[in-house]
Design a protein. Structure first.
Length: 276
């Protein structure tokens, strides 16, 4: 499953998305994010994940402008924040993000969280952006099964992707199965569990056995499952290291051993119980 950094998945509308991207959550705007993106692109990454909330879209836009790459060569994902949800608000928020990123279009636009009473109207705006070609694909983030069911009952176009917390300690089997049964691509955030698995005995054992780092084992585990994954780092050596995961495979037995680490343990909020 996946043998190169340029490997991609095909979303429901035929748009191709790289399986590995650079996450930029809590990456400061300015030189920090610009350098991270530059290093990632030089290492072969062709997907950058951001959000209005991250407040680093301008820096990402500058890095892309000076990268020497054509716009069509880089897949850009951004997200509408909770305070900007609603039909008109979402259209305005998208325009701000697009301008900050310095691009005519966004490859993937996501609803960041399922805000009650808002995400249906927000999705109407997303459908309009898709129809106009301003967003090449649209999806959601942190939506559980019941959120997806509600959204799909009230929309003409279903979400093409759901990005949610996904790592060995939080293997959301029901949600993964639901998405795959309906053509919704699965993308995981916090694939490294924010470093909390770096000293796990099993992960350390496998890292030694495969002569890899714990992070590389975790990223490869996600790829073996067919997930799109977006590890985050601002350290050049880590960004490069995280991309070097396509020249080895985990055995089926070892994948199963990692799967068994699941404890339904979140590092972030519960999508059914957040207050922001």
């Amino acid at each position: 499953m996946y043998s190169g950094i340029n490997d991609a998945v095909e979303l429901a509308n035929g748009i191709r998305m790289p399986v590995l991207g650079l996450g930029t959550y809590k990456t400061p705007d300015g030189a920090v994010v610009e350098n991270a993106v530059r290093v990632a692109l030089d290492a072969g990454y062709r997907s950058i994940d951001t959000a209005a909330l991250y407040d680093n879209e301008k820096g990402i836009g500058r890095a892309l402008k000076h990268s020497g790459l054509e716009r069509s060569e880089v897949f850009i994902t951004t997200k509408v924040w909770n305070a900007d949800q609603g039909y008109r608000e979402t259209l305005k928020a998208f325009d701000r993000s697009r301008k900050d990123l310095g691009t005519d279009y966004v490859d993937l636009y996501l609803i960041h969280w399922p805000v009650k009473g808002k995400y249906i109207e927000t999705w109407r705006a997303m459908e309009e952006l898709l129809k106009k070609g301003l967003a090449r694909s649209i999806g959601v983030s942190n939506f559980l099964v019941h959120h997806l069911e509600d959204l799909m009952r009230n929309s003409s176009v279903g979400p093409m992707l759901d990005q949610f917390e996904l790592h060995p300690r939080l293997y959301q089997a029901e949600l993964i199965s639901f998405c795959r049964g309906r053509g919704i691509t699965v993308e995981g955030w916090a694939p490294l569990m924010r470093g909390r698995l770096n000293d796990n005995p099993l992960i350390l054992e496998l890292a030694a056995a495969y002569e890899r780092t714990p992070s590389q084992i975790l990223i490869r585990w996600a790829l073996e499952h067919g997930f799109v994954t977006i590890p985050k780092s601002v350290k050049p050596e880590r960004i490069i290291e995280n991309s070097r995961v396509f020249d080895f495979r985990l055995s089926g037995e070892d994948i199963g051993r990692i799967d068994a680490l699941n404890r339904n343990e979140r590092t972030g909020p519960d999508p059914d119980n957040f207050n922001f």
